[in-house]
Ligand binder design. Structure first.
Ligand SMILES: CC(C)(COP(=O)(O)OP(=O)(O)OC[C@H]1O[C@@H](n2cnc3c(N)ncnc32)[C@H](O)[C@@H]1OP(=O)(O)O)[C@@H](O)C(=O)NCCC(=O)NCCS
Length: 197
C-alpha cells in the first residue's frame, strides 16, 4: 500500500518528502551502486534489502517518530537524487539522532548535501525541538566529514558499534533532567539494513 508523498522540507534546490513504496526502484538504483555505498558497513544492498529498509522507514520510523529518511528531489529537474533525513540510535546508552545524507553520484560536488543537511538541522532544532544531533562517519569518508563540519558539527569521539568503527561528529547537547523526544516515544534499534548515515 502506498500513500501520497508529503513535503517535509523545502530548500532553494531541493524538496525532502516522505518516502513511499513507489520509490523502491529509484532508491535501489542508488543502493546498488558500489561508489555511493563505499563507506557503508553493509556495502551495496539487494532489491529485497532495499525494500526491507524502505518498509522499516515508512512503517516504523515515520509511525514511531514522525521522521526518518526522506526522498530528496532535485527541484530544477524533478529527479529523485537521494535520501536524506534523521535516524535514531542508542550509543553508549544515550539516545542520539543522526543527520543522514546520501546522493546520486551525478549530483555530488554542487553543495546539495550541505543544503539538505543544513535544512534538516534547522527542522530538527526548530519544529522537532531536538537539542543534539550527530553524524556517524567512516574515517575515510572525507566528503561526509566536510559536510558535517559545514553544518556546524565538530568531531567528538571515535566509536565502535555492531556495524564497526565510526567517527562521531556532534552539535548541541543532551537535554538536562528530561528525556528527549526520541526517548519519550521509545527507541527502536533496527538490526537490519538501515544504513549508518
Ligand atoms: C557525502 C555526500 C552526501 C556529499 O554530497 P555533496 O553534495 O557532494 O556534498 P557538498 O557538495 O554539499 O559538500 C561536499 C564537501 O566535501 C568536500 N569533499 C568532497 N570530496 C572530498 C574528498 N574526497 N576529500 C575532502 N573533501 C571532499 C567538498 O569539497 C565539499 O566541501 P567544500 O564546500 O568546503 O569544498 C556524497 O558524497 C554522497 O552521497 N556519498 C555517498 C553516501 C555517503 O557516503 N553518505 C554519507 C555517509 S556518513
Amino acid at each position: 500500500m502506498t500513500t501520497s508523498p508529503t513535503t517535509v522540507i523545502e530548500t532553494e534546490r531541493l524538496i525532502l518528502r516522505g518516502l513511499t513504496m513507489d520509490d523502491i526502484d529509484a532508491l535501489f538504483a542508488l543502493y546498488r551502486n558500489p561508489e555511493v555505498r563505499t563507506y557503508f558497513p553493509e556495502g551495496t544492498l539487494t532489491y529485497d534489502e532495499t525494500k526491507e529498509e524502505l518498509e522499516w522507514i515508512i512503517n516504523v520510523y515515520y509511525v514511531q517518530y514522525g521522521w526518518g529518511l526522506w526522498a530528496t528531489i532535485h527541484k530544477p529537474t524533478g529527479a529523485f537524487i537521494g535520501r536524506c533525513g534523521l535516524l535514531p540510535w542508542t550509543i553508549d546508552g544515550s539516545h542520539e539522532v543522526e543527520v543522514a545524507y546520501l546522493l546520486d553520484r551525478a549530483y555530488w560536488g554542487q553543495g546539495l548535501a550541505t543544503e539538505a543537511a543544513q535544512a534538516i538541522v534547522q527542522y530538527a532544532f526548530g519544529p522537532l525541538q531536538l537539542t543534539r544531533l550527530i553524524c556517524l562517519i567512516d574515517s575515510k569518508n572525507r566528503a561526509s566529514q566536510r559536510v558535517a563540519q559545514k553544518i556546524g558539527m565538530t568531531f567528538e569521539k571515535a566509536i565502535v558499534d555492531d556495524k564497526g568503527p565510526a567517527l562521531l561528529y556532534s552539535m548541541g547537547h543532551h537535554k538536562q533532567g528530561a528525556r528527549d523526544n526520541t526517548g519519550e516515544r521509545g527507541i527502536f534499534t533496527y538490526s537490519g539494513n538501515v544504513p549508518r548515515a
